[in-house]
Design a binder for this molecule. Structure first.
Ligand code: ZN
Length: 303
């Protein structure tokens, strides 16, 4: 009887051990499975965030390149454009001769010579707000801009918002660099400036009024725009639409400063240019290069 009981007890104990071993196995398996799931979830979350960021850069919602940066800064400008719509002294009367200033930002680029050729075909002068590029082919383009009677303006050397808008010192040394480059290549003492993103940009770490005073102190005039072609936005406007965007607004103002872009990717702008010039001329507008006589179009001013 005793032996029988002992055997039963040992059997039970062994069974219990086996059950425990299986339990431990299941718990370990479930634990590892959960850990693996958590790691995979984390990895996938990172992947999704990074892909979303890439999508935003591509569609222009986030600062990634010069062009998308411009979009980010420009999209804030609607309030200023609306302000211009109600700026009494610049509202056109029906018998006014419209003055239109075509301005090209971000060049020189692979499109500059074609833009210059088209302007030359129509005998039209424009304004180029250029950035710093030192290759020989670009030096020729700065020269062509000046030699062919267009106005050359500065649009910063680096066009890096994170640099030029980080401090007044950084802004000043960048300005010095582009001014010297233009002087060395063309002999022009350049006194016109367009802030990357406009004076109304929302990205500067320093109050824009400090940069504006700096320009004023150095006798440099900055121009923003009151008519935007839309060629900086992520939306791919057709050449016809770019012309339409400009024509819809140009008729409102005595003086229109039109924002266009001279960058490698801006083929639609080049394609739109002949039709734009013809439409403006058909409207009776005079197309002029920016000069000291140009009515100031500035988003933000200081007294
Ligand atoms: Zn720009």
């Amino acid at each position: 009887m005793m032996i029988q009981e002992k055997r039963e007890l040992r059997k039970k104990r062994n069974k219990l051990k086996r059950v425990n071993r299986i339990k431990t196995g299941i718990i370990t398996f479930v634990g590892l499975y959960m850990l693996f799931s958590m790691i995979m979830t984390t990895v996938l979350t990172f992947k999704v965030v990074s892909l979303q960021r890439q999508i935003n850069v591509i569609t222009g919602k986030e600062s990634g390149t010069v062009e998308t940066q411009e979009v980010a800064a420009e999209s804030e400008d609607e309030t200023y454009l609306t302000m211009y719509a109600t700026a009494e002294d610049n509202l056109a009367d029906p018998d006014d001769t419209l003055k239109v200033y075509l301005t090209f930002d971000d060049g020189p680029s692979s499109n500059t010579s074609e833009i210059l050729n088209i302007l030359d075909d129509y005998g039209v002068k424009a304004t180029f707000f250029v950035v710093g590029k030192e290759d020989e082919e670009y030096k020729e383009l700065y020269k062509r801009i000046v030699d062919e009677g267009h106005t050359i303006g500065m649009h910063s050397y680096s066009h890096k918002y994170s640099d030029i808008y980080s401090s007044l010192d950084a802004f000043a040394s960048d300005l010095d660099r582009i001014q010297n480059l233009i002087y060395d290549i063309t002999g022009t003492d350049c006194l016109y400036y367009r802030f990357p993103g406009g004076s109304s940009n929302q990205v500067s770490n320093v109050e824009m009024s400090r940069y504006i005073s700096y320009l004023n102190d150095n006798n440099i005039t900055y121009f923003d725009w009151n008519v935007s072609s839309g060629d900086a936005t992520s939306q791919a406007y057709s050449p016809d639409e770019l012309v339409e965007n400009v024509m819809n607004d140009v008729v409102k103002y005595k003086t229109s400063v039109v924002l266009l872009h001279d960058a490698d990717a801006k083929d639609a702008t080049v394609a739109a240019l002949p039709q734009l010039i013809e439409s403006l001329q058909a409207q009776g507008a005079v197309i002029l290069p920016i000069s000291d006589d140009t009515t100031l179009i500035q988003h933000v001013t200081i007294d």
